[in-house]
Design a protein around this ligand. Structure first.
Ligand SMILES: [Zn+2]
Ligand SMILES: [Zn+2]
Ligand SMILES: [Zn+2]
Ligand SMILES: [Zn+2]
Length: 145
């Protein structure tokens, strides 16, 4: 059956990387280019969030989320500690300061801020030996007078 043989030859594709012939069912197509499964797995990875296939080198590995992400997803999912620059994942983030609206890792947050012992609101640690916010301090003074 010559027709079938022709079909078979036509279906044998060439891998864009190793230039080996590859059967259609062992090939993957990335942006119009054919890759054998071996090369595909070596060269590409899918973004852990949007599933987009990217060159490995275009993906950023997140230690926090233990997955590869394309740069836009990485930016969407991560932030940096304002103090030490540590990369943080938004859902693992230490704390966002309500006062400065900046992200902190837990360690830096605890070094920078503390809670008012009266009302529990966020206050900067520096110059606050009383661990009391201005509002509560004001109230206390009024009571004491
Ligand atoms: Zn190949
Ligand atoms: Zn992505
Ligand atoms: Zn930090
Ligand atoms: Zn207070």
């Amino acid at each position: 059956m010559p027709n079938n043989i022709d079909d078979l030859i036509e279906r044998q594709l060439i891998c864009a990387n190793c230039e080996e012939r590859v059967r259609e069912d062992y090939a993957s197509t990335v942006r119009g280019e054919i890759f054998c499964n071996t090369c595909y797995n070596e060269l590409f990875s899918a973004c852990g969030r949007c599933g987009d296939t990217k060159y490995q080198e275009d993906l950023v590995y997140s230690d926090v989320l233990e997955d590869d992400f394309c740069s836009s997803c990485f930016d969407d999912l991560h932030t940096k500690c304002t103090e030490c620059g540590e990369v943080l994942a938004y859902d693992h983030v230490g704390t966002v300061s309500s006062e400065t609206d900046e992200d902190y890792c837990e360690e830096c947050y605890n070094l920078t801020f503390t809670k008012c012992k009266e009302c529990g609101c966020e206050i900067e640690r520096e110059g606050n030996e009383d661990h009391c916010c201005e509002e509560c301090l004001g109230k206390r003074e009024v009571v004491e007078v």
